[in-house]
Design a protein around this ligand. Sequence first.
Ligand SMILES: Cc1cc2nc3c(=O)[nH]c(=O)nc-3n(C[C@H](O)[C@H](O)[C@H](O)COP(=O)(O)OP(=O)(O)OC[C@H]3O[C@@H](n4cnc5c(N)ncnc54)[C@H](O)[C@@H]3O)c2cc1C
Length: 398
Amino acid sequence: MDKRMEEPPIIVVGGGLGGVASALALGQQGRAVRLLEQSAEIAPIGYGVQIGPNVLPVLARLGLAEEVRSAAYLPDDLLLLDAYSGQTLFRIPLKGAAFEQRFATPYIAIHRVDLHEILLRACRRLPNIDLNQATTVTGFSQDGNSVQVHAADGRTITGCALIAADGLRSRLRAQLHPADTWRDTGYAAYRTIISRDEAPQSMRNRRGVTMLTADGFHVIYYPLRGGSEINIVGVFQVPGSNDATEAAHHDLVKAVTAHAVPEVHDVVSVLNLTRRWSIADREPVRRWHQGRMTLLGDAAHATLQSLAQGAGMALEDAVTLGDLMAAYPADPARAFAQFERERFLRTTRVVLESRALWTMYHCGGLEAEVRNQQLQERTPEDYYRCLEWLWQPRKEAQ
Ligand SMILES: Cc1cc2nc3c(=O)[nH]c(=O)nc-3n(C[C@H](O)[C@H](O)[C@H](O)COP(=O)(O)OP(=O)(O)OC[C@H]3O[C@@H](n4cnc5c(N)ncnc54)[C@H](O)[C@@H]3O)c2cc1C
């Protein structure tokens, strides 16, 4: 037996994309990994996710690029429309020579369940990864040699290192930064997947990622699974309490979209308004790590979805951390300190640029007029240049 298999495992808390990818990256090196997930089943919220060209190389490092690519849909373009006038504000092609010359891998849209299942299947093939469900972690402690993770059922699980991938509302981040909490935007998202056959004609005509935006709301939709399904997200500003009744939310959505173009009404007509998620991010904060423990993914740097990169950043994190744990196998504290140094600025830029885009998408009046003019002046090449820092594969992914 590999001597490292006799060591206490590396504990990963959270079975989202970040946690499962981290477990896999470490498991592939032969490290013993124990993943702890609070849900009865390790399963994602079953909606679509956009994955930028920077992320497929990361999945390639995990040996999964082909499998992911064949489960994915390749959108034609990113299209932003003014929800009141229907004017095109930008169209960024995601196919064709100009895109392919600049970005080596495609932009994809994939069902989260499919992506998660591909990662989980790869984990299950490795006997050194132990996937534990129904285990809610309440905190951790550590000494010089090991880390102890405390579960709600009273168990204490010992590991050689701890990766906290427990999401936006991370309990383990709260232990590290007690004064810090998530930052609610006052917006709530509704998500739906419908089959293409059920979709209004206006939606069936589009083959890319389409977003219609206005002050106080946006709707976004794109095909999944070979184009047979359409993923839809509607995001609305919620005045006052997000706990208002369902009927009140219906009225609100109706009122804010009253003057929008027919395509917005088409999208809203097929949106499931019974369940909503409040939209929040995290203030960037240094010190993701303490000794043998580190934060990762949304727990470290939760972002708004304006750049569609939260999951992408969690996947990049997983591979970077895997490489650093391989470089310093006996010194997790050193690996974790280096991990923060390598990831902090990039992930902070995603958080801050996503906020700026969020404000820009939802402005109104004169600000919206100026925004429209500015966006329309830019060419696809301008947008490619703006996105290069984000979409070009990172050195650690190659
Ligand atoms: C509407 C919307 C659209 C989005 N679209 C995109 C997109 O197109 N592209 C993109 O890249 N990103 C997108 N994101 C962001 C993306 O979903 C997240 O950034 C990503 O899922 C973060 O992954 P994670 O593994 O860090 O956290 P999570 O996916 O939140 O996983 C955390 C896991 O930890 C578990 N957990 C929590 N607490 C505990 C505990 N105490 N004990 C044990 N387990 C625990 C949870 O049950 C969960 O399984 C979107 C987000 C939203 C809200």
